[in-house]
Design a protein around this ligand. Structure first.
Ligand SMILES: CC(C)(COP(=O)(O)OP(=O)(O)OC[C@H]1O[C@@H](n2cnc3c(N)ncnc32)[C@H](O)[C@@H]1OP(=O)(O)O)[C@@H](O)C(=O)NCCC(=O)NCCS
Length: 170
């Protein structure tokens, strides 16, 4: 069994370890460190096992939008689950709870760069259909989930992740 809770400062090393193991490299773990250090971890949730050990993590940070930016849009990244705990629905639970937390903090929209096959289940659709594009040439992998009926009103153009994404590989 696992449960989802807000991450605390004490969880950072365990979170870093989850990303390193899940991605098999340091880039995403380093990104998390940079986002946390910059205070851009707007929403950071962990999945923990019965002993409160961290087995998964998801982070949402503010994005900026070329037109209509109001500081109310967030980017989902990164998300990871320890390899031995994958395919058990933990990633799904982290993302679902994360979307709920974004909604509670009155975010208007969430962006993600990831597999459409995976993110469609949460209601994400391609951002380009709304005139919104990423800086990574993500194409259909760049997706958006409006959190209110007019969640995308006024948003147009290039969507930029937090500056910490530009430092390093991801
Ligand atoms: C992506 C990730 C967080 C999903 O976590 P999880 O706990 O395994 O996810 P769930 O159990 O909720 O869902 C698993 C299902 O999603 C599918 N899935 C997982 N990653 C997918 C992907 N990139 N594209 C398409 N489908 C994917 C799996 O096929 C699985 O379905 P199945 O068991 O019916 O075959 C996890 O696989 C992971 O940490 N991967 C390495 C890091 C990563 O790629 N993160 C995402 C980019 S930021």
């Amino acid at each position: 069994m696992s449960e989802i809770r807000a991450a605390s400062a004490d969880d950072l090393e365990a979170i870093v370890a989850v990303h390193k193991a899940a991605f098999g490299r340091d880039a995403e773990a380093d990104l998390v460190r940079r986002l946390v250090a910059a205070g851009r971890d707007a929403i950071s949730l962990v999945a923990v096992d019965d002993g409160d050990a961290v087995i998964g993590h998801v982070l949402f940070s503010p994005v900026s939008i070329e037109e209509g930016d109001d500081g109310n849009a967030l980017g989902l990244a990164p998300v990871a689950v320890l390899p031995e705990h994958q395919r058990l629905g933990i990633g799904h639970a982290l993302i679902e709870e994360g979307i709920g937390a974004c909604f509670v903090r009155d975010a208007k929209a969430i962006f993600v760069l990831g597999s459409p096959a995976y993110y469609t289940q949460f209601g994400f659709t391609k951002a380009s259909a709304h005139g919104l594009f990423d800086t990574y040439d993500g194409g259909n992998a760049f997706q958006v989930l409006p959190l209110t009926v007019d969640g995308l009103a006024g948003y147009k153009g290039c969507v930029r992740y937090a500056p910490e994404f530009a430092t390093g590989n991801p």
